[in-house]
Write a protein that binds this ligand. Structure first.
Ligand code: NAD
Ligand code: WQD
Length: 333
């Protein structure tokens, strides 16, 4: 079976390519490298000892997408390609709507043309907005607070409409909680060039002394220690869920959404303390005001993914913190 992975050189995409290859799938990647590097293709090959077909280009480029489907007998698609920085999306909403929605429309149009109607889409827990209770279940009301989140919610709607129009489609909407960690090899992981927005990449850069101090955004939330609580999930567990989702869309038809989280919430300070302990390194921090748009707590009820996909997260927070640091240490020069 041959899987097209859009955004396959990115953080979650690269780990998913490894899992697909290790489970006997052939992989074709398309990525325009706006937020990843070409050498990731070589790392994927090195880890798996398997070959990968790589196209450098934009998923919004319809002729390129037609060419890819013509040159490869694609059985299903995993669609990771997209821009993901929440703050930037507030500054540049048109860029986010254009890239994330246009790429999905173009991809689906070409899939429809060639009769490949099986797709796994990278959605996000951000579609739950500020949840009314915890843990979050898939049937909770959906809303968003920024253009990035809106692109995810609109795309979910577009894909649902597509299934309504033609029941031949088979669509999995995967709502990720907070992916962290990296592959054990230390070859692939997350190491943004810019100042990171997310907690774990920021902690890692403070640990390596590229950044001076972590700002903890608020300690007056109604949580165990006042700091924000999230459901952190190891990226390799997340990648494994995509293999299960591919099995599901290859087998069945329909459209369904799945929470991909561990079901456990950790506070910012718990993450900092765990990171310090398992890596035996200091992470200086200061408490500052709340970050606009943040919610107090967010964690998944992941039981639907277990029931329907036969998947559940296995890796614990210690391993997530160790692997995040290991990747960056190995990539420092
Ligand atoms: P990433 O930025 O590392 O990977 C996305 C990849 O898509 C990058 O390699 C980028 O170069 C590529 N890309 C972007 N636009 C493209 C286009 N038009 N054509 C071709 N390639 C394009 O991000 P990630 O963390 O791996 O996230 C993957 C997906 O999961 C994204 O859709 C993201 O919104 C979603 N997601 C991520 C998180 C998270 O916290 N990392 C959480 C929920 C959902
Ligand atoms: C986690 C916690 C912060 C940085 C974001 C997106 C979401 C999804 C995942 C894509 C919060 C605190 C953070 C820092 C801090 N992405 N924090 N200091 O906000 O849960 O989710 O990434 O879909 O859409 O919004 O993740 O890692 O930014 O924050 O104190 O320097 O860490 O306040 O409590 P978030 P995060």
């Amino acid at each position: 079976m041959k899987i097209l992975v859009t955004g396959g050189t990115g953080y979650i995409g690269s780990h998913t390519c490894v899992e697909l290859l290790e489970n006997g799938y052939e992989v074709v990647i398309v990525d325009n490298l706006v937020n990843s590097k070409r050498e990731v293709v070589d790392y994927i090959k090195e880890i798996t000892n398997k070959d990968v077909t790589f196209y450098e280009g934009d998923v919004c480029d319809k002729e390129l997408m037609r060419k890819i489907f013509k040159e490869n007998a694609i059985d299903a698609v995993i669609h990771f390609a997209g821009l993901k920085a929440v703050g930037e999306s507030v500054q540049k909403p048109l860029m986010y709507y254009r890239n994330n929605i246009d790429s999905t429309l173009t991809l689906c149009e070409v899939m429809d043309e060639v009769g490949c109607r099986k797709i796994v889409f990278s959605s996000s827990a951000t579609v739950y907005g500020s949840p009314k209770s915890l843990p979050i279940k898939e049937d909770f009301p959906l809303s968003t607070t920024n253009p990035y989140g809106s692109t995810k919610l609109y795309i979910e709607g577009i894909l649902r409409d597509l299934y309504t129009s033609n029941n031949d489609w088979s669509i999995a909407l995967l709502r990720y909680f907070n992916p962290i960690g990296a592959h054990k090899s230390g070859l692939i992981g997350e190491n943004p060039n810019d100042i990171p927005n997310n907690l774990m990449p920021y902690i890692v850069k403070v640990a390596t002394k590229e950044l001076e101090i972590l700002s903890v955004y608020g300690n007056d939330y109604d949580t165990k220690d006042g700091t924000g609580v999230r459901d952190y999930i190891h990226v390799v567990d997340l990648a494994k869920a995509h293999v299960k989702a591919i099995e599901k869309v290859l087998k069945d038809r329909g459209v369904d959404a799945y929470n991909l989280g561990t079901g456990h919430g950790y506070s910012v300070l718990e993450i900092v303390e765990t990171f310090k302990r398992v890596n035996n390194i200091d992470v200086p921090y200061k408490i500052v005001g709340r970050r606009p748009g943040d919610i107090a707590a967010c964690y998944a009820d992941p039981s639907y993914a277990k029931e329907k996909l036969g998947w559940e997260a296995e890796k614990e927070i210690d391993e997530m913190c160790k692997d995040s640091y290991n990747f960056v240490k190995q990539h420092k020069g």
